[in-house]
Design a protein around this ligand. Structure first.
Ligand code: 13P
Length: 249
């Protein structure tokens, strides 16, 4: 269960959250729980993450260092001891021109420095309505996984986030979400093999909340959630983690 705070929470608010949540989520032996926070609070959160919660970033530059004003390098992230990084979120693709090629470069770099990339893919409403969803997913997934070796690919987490369901309150039905995640699993099988396809973790994201999480997580192709709005409230995030854990037992 991964929370994506996006551009929310001051340092004080982030600290309040971590104190409220860190020791109340399921054991890491049962569930991987991650909060992806703004870079400026990552170290503060890592220091207080406790035994079961993990911390991730929301973006990373693909270069090692250099004249990229305002960017965060891979080594800067690893020096905070975060373990995850979101790559290619639709908001970054849309507002910051993050292309499929960049997504691939960032994914390769994240693996190289030992971070677990959470690679986001998903179609717009217009693409879904014109029956283009599977084509879009195929292009995004195949680009993202280009030149990723058989021994590395299962370390990647893929998040299916249909853009029309993000922040809109319009969740994909669990059947639609499961179908898309299953399609992505099939793409991975074609590129690698069945073993990898079964092992790789595929999340659903888009208006996941405490009410719909159980139904979504009960689907066979959905391994977890990537949650925006509902991950901001400590009690809701704890519930999301508990529900996901129960659904997957
Ligand atoms: P919401 O859960 O707020 O719809 O956001 C989803 C998302 O973009 C997570 O990365």
């Amino acid at each position: 269960m991964a929370g994506n705070w996006k551009m929310n929470k001051t340092r004080d608010e982030a600290l309040q959250f971590i104190y409220a949540v860190a020791d109340k989520i399921p054991s890491i032996t049962e569930l991987d729980s991650v909060i992806c926070a703004p870079s400026i609070v990552l170290r503060d959160l890592v220091k207080r993450q406790g035994d079961n919660l993990r911390i991730g970033a929301q973006n990373m530059n693909e270069n090692d260092s250099g004249a990229y004003t305002g960017e965060i390098s891979p080594a800067m992230l690893t020096s905070t001891n975060v373990e995850y990084v979101i790559i290619g979120h639709s908001e970054r693709r849309q507002y910051y021109n993050e292309t499929d090629i960049k997504v691939n470069e960032k994914t390769i770099k994240a693996l190289e420095v030992g971070l677990t990339p959470i690679v986001c893919v998903g179609e717009t409403l217009a693409q879904r309505e014109s029956n283009d969803t599977f084509n879009v997913l195929k292009t995004q997934v195949e680009y993202a996984l280009k030149n990723i070796s058989y021994s590395d690919v299962f370390k990647i987490v893929i998040a299916y986030e249909p853009i029309w369901a993000i922040g809109t309150g319009k969740t994909a039905t669990s059947d639609i979400a499961d179908e898309a995640c299953g399609y992505i699993r099939g793409l991975v099988e074609n590129l690698y093999d069945k073993d990898v396809a079964l092992k790789i973790r595929i999340l659903y994201g888009g208006s996941v909340n405490v009410k719909n999480v159980k139904e979504l997580m009960s689907k066979p192709n959905i391994d977890g959630g990537l949650v925006g709005g509902a991950s901001l409230k400590p009690d809701d995030f704890i519930t999301l983690c508990n529900e996901a854990n129960e659904a997957k037992k």
